[in-house]
Design a protein around this ligand. Structure first.
Ligand code: BGP
Length: 468
């Protein structure tokens, strides 16, 4: 018999501004890189925002936040993870004064959450660098971004620090290796990006993250600041030691980011990677001091595991990271391999490695849903999503029984929103269906799916209903 979820466990859902707010130019908001990425990470950006970009309108949370939050409250959410769009607060990113209308929007969102007793969990930078910083500065390649980000972070902590306790500095910071524009705001196309510039960008982000942690703690020592990484257990494709060694290298590439966040210094294996790539980073003494401001917790997204092999093998369909296909696992309609046990493995791996509280801030299934009518009510019978949720939560419970300290779980996309990787709406994650299609048509009406009630029961029973 396994233990249950701890009292006060933070159940909820997670979203990102650029994928659901819409209102891309309302109330003084500047453009973000997402406003010129109509096809997600698969295609180069456009020159201007184009009408086929579903993110421009999103699901119109900007105007419907009160009713959407009421639906989250109906599910019993204890926590809601969302991001603050940097370009709402600093439209170009390099201004000295924030945009009051942008700040006021998040006041209203926080008011609504407070009304329902839902704890906010805020991501400062979720794949939405202001476009100006990307085009004019080449994003995080440029050291000036540290100062701009510090100003943004300080503004948010000062404005919301008495209402928001949990903060994440960068979404999936380790994805910059694979998606330099989306993750690092780097305008230079990936194929032309020099290793030196990529690693320098990584260094700047890590310093900025540690600096934000310091600022948060100075403003209010009770604030909890976490890093956020893609978690992906990597298995050897065979027991060949060469394959196991490939796993070690792939793990290092993924884990380096949280190693720095937790330990406050670069690990030896990372310095070796730099040496072998012939990269000499510009690291100042003050950078080294700043990095010592370590995080309070480690948060992560979990969607899949992958395999590694020293030899050629079938390539897996990764989220953002690459890897080899695991022949033993099923996959989603988008080719993401489904592995609930991998979640238990990664929770244990992270806990053993860092002994820091953990927070699962994304996990979910993107699937094609069909809206049907039952007893005169429109709904989606998404048993596949319920199964996915249940299987993953059972493994989370096992990890808690293993001794892992876990603060909470936020399902990715509790309401349908625009996909980050493909920019589609038809890749639906929600417990709430949104009537909007890939061609932009639809009423934006919301409908509860079958999974809505299932998750509500899980929360109401603090996980006990998983056994039903
Ligand atoms: C993560 C991102 C999210 C989210 C999720 C699902 O990588 O942090 O923003 O989108 O993946 O991915 P997708 O939307 O591509 O299906």
């Amino acid at each position: 018999m396994s233990t249950t979820f701890p009292d006060g466990f933070l159940w909820g859902g997670a979203v990102a501004a650029n994928q659901y707010e819409g209102a891309y130019d309302a109330d003084g908001k500047g453009l973000s890189i997402q406003d010129v990425m109509p096809k997600g990470i698969m295609a180069p950006p456009t020159e201007e925002p184009t009408p086929d970009n579903l993110k421009l309108e999103g699901i119109d949370f900007y105007h419907r936040y009160a009713t959407d939050i009421a639906l989250f409250a109906e599910m019993g959410f204890k926590v809601f993870r969302f991001s603050i769009a940097w370009s709402r607060i600093f439209p170009n990113g390099d201004e000295t004064e924030p945009n009051e209308a942008g700040l006021a929007f998040y006041d209203r969102v926080l008011d609504e959450l407070e009304k329902h007793g839902i704890e906010p969990l805020v991501t400062l930078s979720h794949y939405e660098t202001p476009l100006h910083l990307s085009k004019q500065y080449d994003g995080w390649v440029n050291r000036d971004l540290i100062g701009f980000y510090e100003r943004f972070a300080r503004t948010c902590f000062e404005r919301y620090g008495d209402r928001v306790k949990y903060w994440l500095t960068f979404n999936e910071i380790n994805s910059v290796l694979h998606a330099p524009l989306m993750s690092g705001g780097i305008w230079t196309p990936k194929e032309q990006l020099a290793a030196k510039d990529l690693y320098q960008a990584i260094h700047h982000e890590l310093v900025a993250s540690a600096s934000a942690t310091r600022i948060a703690h100075e403003i209010n020592p009770d604030l909890k600041v976490g890093c956020m990484v893609i978690a992906m257990p990597i298995y050897p494709l065979t027991p060949d030691p060469a394959d196991v060694l490939s796993v070690m290298h792939a793990d290092h590439a993924n884990l380096a980011f949280s190693d720095v966040h937790v330990r406050g210094t670069y690990p030896g294996y990372f310095l070796r990677t730099l040496r072998e790539a012939g990269v000499e980073l510009d690291i100042t003494d003050s950078d080294r001091e700043t990095l010592k401001n370590t995080v309070d917790f480690v948060s992560f997204s979990y969607y899949m595991s992958l395999c590694e092999s020293a030899k050629d093998a079938e390539v897996g369909q990764g989220n953002i990271m690459g890897g080899k296909r695991n022949p033993t696992l099923p996959e989603s309609e988008w080719g993401w391999q489904i592995d609930p046990v991998g979640l238990r493995i990664v929770l244990n791996q992270f806990w053993d490695r860092w002994q820091k509280p953990l927070f699962i801030v994304e996990n979910g299934l993107g699937a094609k849903d069909v809206l049907v009518e039952r007893d005169g009510v429109k709904t989606v019978e998404d048993d596949y999503r319920i199964d996915y949720l249940r299987e993953h939560l059972l493994q989370v419970r096992e990890a808690i029984a293993d001794g892992v300290e876990l603060w909470g779980y936020t399902w990715w996309g509790p309401i349908d929103l625009v996909s980050a990787s493909t920019a589609q709406l038809s890749k639906r994650y929600g417990f709430i269906y949104v009537d909007r299609n890939d061609d932009g048509t639809g009423t934006l009406e919301r409908y509860k799916k079958k999974s809505f009630g299932y998750y509500a029961d899980v929360i109401a029973t603090n996980g006990a209903s998983l056994d039903a």
